[in-house]
Ligand binder design. Sequence first.
Ligand SMILES: [Ca+2]
Ligand SMILES: [Ca+2]
Length: 233
Amino acid sequence: MLSKRTWPCLMTVVACTGCATDTLFHDDFHADIAGNAPSDDPAGSPSGDIFYLSGSGTQSAEVIDTPAMGGKCMQYSNADVPVILRYAVCFSEVTPLAADQAFRAEWTGIINLDDQGSGLEVSLGDNHYSYMAVVRFKGGAVKAKTADSPEAWTTIGNYTENEKHYGLIEVNKAAAKYSVTIVPGGIASGWLDVLSTTAMQTSQPSLYFQYYEDKSGSGKYLLDDLLISKVDL
Ligand SMILES: [Ca+2]
Ligand SMILES: [Ca+2]
């Protein structure tokens, strides 16, 4: 029989079997309680990652259990709160990254936006709202941001409401480029210049979700398997 002292060690080994050691953030919501807001301390490895909601309570983000997403996931809603209180953010564990270290953010989602409400942006940035990559979902189109001032965008494809998809944003630090891929839909931006080379130097790459227009509505985005990791390109 295993002693109580052995159990935590064994659990650690089991829990980390197959884990990428290069994982900087991971949340699959399996340890969360349906009906609650997601925990700010995502279960499992890594230990220093943080999930953050700028608003409070479950108005903007709630854990739900649905077969459409294979179990528990986060339902992120276009709630009637100020835009500044609509952020849902995945903060990586703080990890110094080499000058040529590439990294990526991945997620699984089902998007459902209404015509009157806000569009949705997914951004990969540093830990303080400065971004190297921004993707916008609005009116059926998917756009990638190519410049901040003045704002410029390139249309990279179309999304389908209520279709489960996989999203990927990669940053190649050595080349100062980013790319966006959404599957299915054949959406691939190719390599674009990062929006901020300063943000790219972060030791805490962070993934932001935000309904960016001051228009609430019935829009929802089901999200799961949120992952940020170091990668060799
Ligand atoms: Ca899940
Ligand atoms: Ca964790």
